[in-house]
Design a protein around this ligand. Structure first.
Ligand code: DAH
Length: 344
């Protein structure tokens, strides 16, 4: 038995010295140190040996195992290192090559325009907040002077979440104006807020309409706020975003929650007022609705209209972005097409 072990050891070591690759080394390990190897079965068979032989054979078998194990580990280490050497040494690195460009992410064009709009108003002292997209009839309509059956409800094709006959019905807000009410309920004047966010309309989509789009709402309430403050604030906004030389126009318009109500348009940047397809031959592009906050709206929120006055405005972000960059279809914004998005 001890001679067999000596034989086993020398064969194994001889073979090990010839091993040159990691897969071969693994084969070797299975053959000489694995569960089914001669050495393992010799160790297992010790129990059946006569007592006088057991000790000597056991000691020898163990020393063979330790020797094979040690040499195996040394070889494993050496081969692993040479593998690394080879992969480094084999491929030459050209350190003068430019690095691989890491593609940069970017903000969605609508996010960019929202940030720009908000930062213009932030410079003028407005705070930026957001509000819920799921609204109550009360905030979206009632409190804004649009009671049930008011014809102005037709201006807003609504996505209802509950039966619209229910006075507490929930809906997806059709504009950001309900935040005017929430702000005035919660804060006392002086108030200066802008509210960017998603709005929803129950509408068939086409190149200029989508069922979801963004608005930025604005509200300023204080003592002595006049139509002049409204005009100067919004004209300054237009000049900041569209350029100092762009003409700006204010005209009267109707919205139930403001009195007087108005609309602001900028000179068409394509035809410079001459008339073209973009502006429908009018020379002007309407960009926002506005007005002096209706006294009934103030009073409903617990703000005394004989002491305070305010102005409000609301603009469509997709519309402004479309006009500014000449985007031909609103549906591009949410198509997820990188060829479109990468342009911004
Ligand atoms: N909420 C209106 C809309 O979606 C826009 C608007 C008009 C907002 C006049 C205002 C405002 O704050 O004063 O059509």
């Amino acid at each position: 038995m001890p001679q067999e072990l000596d034989q086993l050891e020398s064969t194994a070591l001889l073979e090990l010295s010839a091993v040159e690759t990691l897969p071969h080394l693994e084969e070797w390990r299975v053959r000489y140190l694995g569960k089914k190897s001669a050495l393992t079965s010799a160790l297992r068979g010790l129990a059946s040996l006569p007592a006088d032989q057991r000790k000597a054979v056991g000691a020898r078998a163990n020393s063979v195992k330790i020797r094979l194990q040690t040499d195996y580990e040394a070889k494993l280490h050496a081969l692993s290192l040479s593998g690394i050497d080879e992969s480094i040494g084999g491929a030459s690195i050209d350190v003068t090559l430019p690095g691989r460009p890491v593609p940069l992410g970017r903000l969605h064009p609508i996010t960019q325009v929202i940030q720009e709009i908000c930062s213009v108003f932030a410079r003028m002292g407005f705070q930026v907040i957001d509000g819920p997209e799921v609204e109550r009839d009360y905030y979206n309509f009632e409190a804004l002077n649009i009671p049930q059956d008011h014809p102005a409800r037709d201006m807003f094709a609504t996505l209802w979440l509950d039966s619209k006959e229910d006075r507490a019905a929930r809906l997806l807000r059709t504009h950001t104006s309900p935040m005017q009410i929430r702000i005035m309920e919660e804060h006392k004047p002086p108030l200066r807020f802008v509210v960017p966010g998603r709005t929803y309309r129950y509408e068939a989509t086409d190149a200029t309409h989508d069922w979801m789009f963004h608005q930025v709402e604005g509200l300023a309430v204080d003592t002595d706020i006049t139509l002049r403050d409204l005009k100067e604030t919004l004209f300054e906004f237009c000049r900041s975003v569209f350029g100092r030389d762009t003409g700006v126009r204010f005209r009267c318009d109707y919205f139930p929650f403001v009195e007087p109500g108005g609309e602001v348009a900028i000179e068409c940047f394509q035809c410079k007022g001459g008339g073209c397809r973009l502006c429908g031959s009018t020379g002007w592009l309407e960009i926002l609705g506005t007005g002096m906050v209706h006294p009934d709206v103030l009073a409903r929120c617990g703000i005394d209209p004989s002491v305070y006055s305010g102005f409000a405005f609301g603009m469509g972000v997709e519309r402004i972005t479309i006009l500014r960059y000449g985007v031909d279809d609103i549906r591009h914004f949410y198509s997820g097409d990188f060829r479109f998005l990468r342009q911004f």
